[in-house]
Design a binder for this molecule. Sequence first.
Ligand code: FUC
Length: 777
Amino acid sequence: MHQSKPYTKQFFPLLLCLLSVFASVAQEKQPPPDDLKMWFSHPASTWAEALPVGNGRLGAMVFGGVAIERLQLNEESVWTGKPADFVNPEARATLPKVRALLFAGQYAEARDLAQEKMMGDKKIHSTYQTLGDLQLDFGPVTKDITEYRRELDLETAVAKVSYRAGDVTFTREIFSSAPDQALVVRLTASKPGALTFALNMSRPGNKAKLELAGDEIIMSEHVGDGTGVRMVARLKVLQEGGTKNAAGESIRVENADAITLLLTAATDYRGSEQLAMAATQLDSVANKDYEALKKDHIADYQQYFKRVDLHLGTTDAAYFPTDARLVAMQNGNIDPQLVELYYQFGRYLLICSSRPGGLPANLQGIWADGLTPPWSADYHININIQMNYWPAEITNLSEMHMPFLTFLDALRPDARKTARDMYGIKGTVAHFTTDPWLFTETYGEPRWAMWPMGMAWSAQHLWEHYLFTEDKAYLKELAYPVMKEAAEFCANWLVENPDTKQLVSGPSISPENTFKTEDGEVATMVMGPTMDHMIIRDLLSNTIAASRELNRDAAFRRRLEKILTRLAPTKIGSDGRIMEWTEEFEENEPGHRHISHLFALHPGRQITKQQHPELMEAARKTIDYRLSQGGGHTGWSRAWIINFFARLQDGEAAYENLLALLRKSTLPNLFDTHPPFQIDGNFGATAGITEMLMQSHAGEIQLLPALPAAWQQGYIQGIVARGGFEVDIDWEAGKLKQVKILSKLGNPCQVRYGDQVVTLKTEKGKSYVLDGNLKQL
Ligand code: FUC
C-alpha cells in the first residue's frame, strides 16, 4: 500500500512544484475546497498523527491503519491515586520565619527553610491514564491499496477512513456521541461479505481483566495497582451478514456486509454505581440504528460548533493533506485556510473534551496514551488549565466553561483546609497544580511549588463567565461564594512590607522563573512577585463588583477596597520593562516561557491603552525582550504571546507569533506541542486569533484591534463580547466593512474601531448593523 510518510523538508521543492501543477489543474476544474476537514493520505504512524474524537468524557485517537486499526481510548476519570492530605505540619510556624528572611534579602536561606518545612510530602502518586486500546486486525495486506484517505470533519465531529483494496472500497466512520455516551465505529464495504477481521481490547501493563460475553468484550481494571479508580470498558459488535466467533479473548468477524461497534466506559470516580452505567448505556445504544446515532451526534455537536464561522481566505494549499500543508507553511507557504482550520480545531477540541457535568479538560484535554503521560496530564493551575478555557466565552462555547467553574467549587473544602493548616488563615488557597482528587496543598521544589495563587487566578474565570452571561443565579450560587473565599485568603495573606508600608504577597514566586542574587546565587522566592499582585488586584476588584451586583457583604467589600489602595503597584524598571520582582534582579533565564508579570495585560484587564499607555509601552518592551532572548519556545508560551500582542494591538507581531506556533510548535495532527503534546497552546491560540479580531475587556467592543496585513479580507461570525453581544465582523482591504451586533441582554454597547467610538442603546434580542465608519445602517 502507499503508506506515504509525512512530507519532510527535503521534499519541499517537490511539494511546491506539485502544488503549482495541481493548483493550475484544479483552478480550471473547480474552486478550491473551503471545508473544515483535516485529512491525510496515509494512516497515522505515531500518536501525534492520529485524529482525536471525543464527547467531553469518552475519547479516541484514530490511527486508520489498513492491516490493523488502532483506536487508543480515553475516559476522563481514569486516574490513579486517591484523595490525600499532605500539608507540611511545620509550614504554619515556618511562614513568618521565611517572610523575615526574604524581607532581609536572605533568599537562599529562605528557600532552604521553605523546602524543608513548607513543602508537603505527596506520597501517593496520581496520574491520568489511557483507558486502553481497541484493535481491529484485518490480517496481512495482500491487495494493492489505493485512494487511501483518513479525515476528521470538524463540522460533524466524525472521523473517517476509506481506501480501496483491489476492487473493494472499505469505509470506517468513528465518532464519540455525547447524547448516547458511546463511541461508535461503523465499518462498511462496497461489496457484500467483504469484512473479515478480529477485534481485541487491551491495556498497557496487561493487568486488565478481559471477558467475552456473547457479542461483547468487557475489559476492567482497578487502575494504579488498586490505588486508583475501577474502570470498565464494554464493546458490543453488531453484525450485518457473515459469521462471528469468539476466539480466546477476541471476537472474529467473517464475511460481514457491515459492522457497527459500540463502546461504552465508566469508572467509579463518582461512585461505584457508575460502573453499571457502561452496561445500561450499551444496551440502550444497541437499540438505536447507526444512522440515528450519527444524526443525533451531529445535531448535538453542531448546536455548539456552528455558532462561529471564520473566513480568512482560501488558497490552493487547501487541496492538500493537512500534514503537507503544515510542512509547506513551515517552509513559508501562505495558507490562511489552515489558520481557519486550526482555529476551528481549537473549538472542536473544547467541545470534545469539556462538557457540562464532566471534569475539566486536562493538560491533554482527554487524549492521553499510556500509563504515564507528561506531567500526569493533570490540572496545572499556574497558567495551563486557565489557558484551556480562554476561548470558552469569546468563541461562543460558554457551556464548555462549566466543568472548570464547577471544579473550582469542588476544590473549596480542601482549599479551605490548606489555608488553615498550612498558613493558619481563613479563605481558600491552591498552589501550582491539582488533579481530580482535589488536592490544594503543595509539594516539590519552591521554584514552582511556593506559589499560593492557583485558586485566586482560577477565580477570574468565575467572574468572566458572569460578564459574558450576566446569569445572576449562577453568580449568587456558584461564582460569588468561590470568589469570596479566594479573596478572603488573599486579604489575610498579604503582609506589610516594612520599608514601603505597602501590602505584598509572599513567600511566593513568579511562576516558574528564577533570578540571580547579588552574590550570584539562583533564587526564586520573594516577598511580592508582580504577578501575585496583579492576580490579587484582579480578584479583589472582581469580588467587589460581584458583591455590588448581589448587593451583599458591604463590610467585606469595604475591607477589600481598602486593601486595594495599599497593594503594591505594578512598577516599571530602569530599562522600561515591567518589573517581574520587587527589585531589578538579574534574570537567570531572560527568555523564560512564563511571562507572568504581563498577567495584567492578558488574561487580566488592568493594562489597557486608554487607561495605562505607559504600562502598555512597558509591557511591549517586556515581551520584546523575552522574545529576543529565545522566549516563546513552548507551544503554550507562544500562544500566550499571540494574546499579548493582540492586546497590544499589534496585528503583525500577533500574526508572526501565530505563524511561529504553527511552524515550530504544532504536530502533524494539529495538536499543540510543548514539546510533547499539551493542549493549552491549541486553546490559547484559538483565543488569541479571536482577540486579534475583537476585544471587549476594556468596557467597549473593539473591532479588528490587531488585524494583520496578511488577512486583507475576511469575516468572523458569532463571537461573543462581554455584556452579552454576539458579533459578526466583515472586513475588506484590511478595513472594517460592516459589523452586526446582536444584543442578547439589552445592555448599552460602546463600539470602537480605531479612534472612532459610538455608543448604542440596545434592546434585548435585536441586532444592530454598522458600516465601516460605525454609522448605523
Ligand atoms: C507549567 C509549565 C511547564 C508545563 C507544565 C505542565 O508548570 O511551566 O512548561 O507546561 O506547566
